[in-house]
Design a protein around this ligand. Structure first.
Ligand SMILES: Nc1ncnc2c1ncn2[C@@H]1O[C@H](COP(=O)(O)OP(=O)(O)OP(=O)(O)O)[C@@H](O)[C@H]1O
Ligand SMILES: [Mg+2]
Length: 348
């Protein structure tokens, strides 16, 4: 099985007056795993369903390799899809569920059996094949749905929130399994999720969406280190980045009485300053007061009021200051992010 390059050009989808997807240009490399990440209603599923051929685009083009596919029926697109609900047939055995796409293609029974066993082995569910979906665990149902999508050996694998029905522990394990399998098979994959940690953990590159518009398309570490705007800065990373709205003056970011030094040459005017909780300390020179200190396990998350704003600071486990305690905010200068009034990143 070999993945194929997937390109979206000027892709858009309107449902009457609702603009589900504005205009999307995206280039997914052969064999790559890309995550579509964004809050509910931002257009992730709509985009996926256009790639699958279930929705017809309002405008734009979809290429698999050099071939345009918008006019092709889903059956003729060579796509495997896993839905959030799995959509396994409850009255069929796991074997028959996985075999279903092959049976539709009228492949000989012996060949069907061979391929079903092979994929079931790969996913560790060979021992469940004669049971029905109701007689296996959630994690096994999820793997059966994945097996059904992969048994056709598709060129493109589309996954819509495939892990959302699993409990937290199995979820983390399933992430690793899907990723390993995807790399092993080399199938070009798009994973839809609203969970930023899932997207960062699984994908080669992440496309972040907000209200039908692509915000940034980048590898996980770049998304984290250089968010293109305040939306991405807030959405990616947990606990989220601290963002203060104020005014840039020569040499300083000013928020009421608060003056935070900034590098020279920064454009003046209103804007945002951001830093992540792990890049901040309680040993700096900006005076503040602790309002809350929460234990997160390995670290404590301290909320600090400085001037009119509240910021979060991650501190080592041993340190948990009581509410009301004075503290002085510090932050690593090299990890401060600047954004203009419209939220767009300024500088490196
Ligand atoms: N068949 C439809 N008819 C009308 N509007 C639709 C239809 N499908 C989606 N929409 C609208 O298009 C927008 C994008 O929906 P979409 O399902 O793509 O979001 P999503 O990012 O997958 O969200 P979620 O994380 O909740 O699944 C939403 O405003 C939604 O209400
Ligand atoms: Mg969706």
């Amino acid at each position: 099985m070999k993945g194929i390059r997937v390109r979206l050009k000027g892709l858009a989808k309107h449902f009457g007056r609702v603009v589900a997807l504005r205009t999307l240009d995206l280039d997914v490399r052969a064999g790559e795993m890309v995550a579509f990440l964004g809050p509910s209603g931002c257009g992730k599923t709509t985009t996926l369903l256009m790639i699958a051929g279930i929705y017809q685009p309002t405008a734009g083009e979809i290429y698999f390799g050099e071939r345009r596919v918008e006019h092709l029926h889903p059956r003729d697109r060579d796509v495997g899809m896993v839905f959030q609900s799995y959509a396994l047939y409850p009255h069929l055995t796991i074997f028959d569920n996985i075999a279903f796409p092959l049976t539709l293609k009228k492949i000989a029974p012996a060949e069907v059996a061979r391929r079903v066993r092979q994929i079931a082995d790969l996913l560790g569910i060979a021992h469940t094949l004669d049971r029905r979906p109701g007689q296996v665990s959630g994690g096994q149902q999820q793997r059966a749905a994945l097996a059904r999508a992969l048994v056709k050996e598709p060129q493109v694998l589309l996954l819509d929130e495939p892990l959302s029905n699993l409990d937290a522990q199995i979820r983390v394990q399933a992430r690793g399994e899907i990723r390993r399998l995807q790399q092993e098979i080399g199938v070009t994959s798009i994973l839809v999720t609203h969970d930023q940690s899932e997207a960062l953990a699984m994908a080669d590159r992440v496309a972040v969406f907000s209200t039908g518009e692509l915000q940034q398309f980048a590898p996980p570490d770049e998304l984290y280190r250089r968010p293109a705007n305040t939306f991405v800065a807030r959405f990616v990373g947990y606990p989220p980045m601290n963002l203060l709205e104020g005014r840039y003056e020569p040499g300083a970011f000013v928020l009421d009485d608060l003056r935070i030094p900034v590098p020279p040459g920064h454009p003046a005017g209103r804007g945002w300053l951001g830093f992540r909780p792990e890049d901040a300390t309680l040993d700096g020179d900006v005076p503040g007061r602790v309002t809350v200190a929460e234990a997160l396990g390995r670290e404590n998350l301290v909320t600090l009021r400085i001037g009119p704003a509240e910021v979060k600071v991650l501190v080592p486990q041993g340190r948990r200051p009581a509410p009301g305690t004075p503290a002085r905010l510090g932050y690593r200068r090299e990890h401060v992010h600047f954004f203009d009034a419209s939220g767009r990143r300024v500088g490196a």
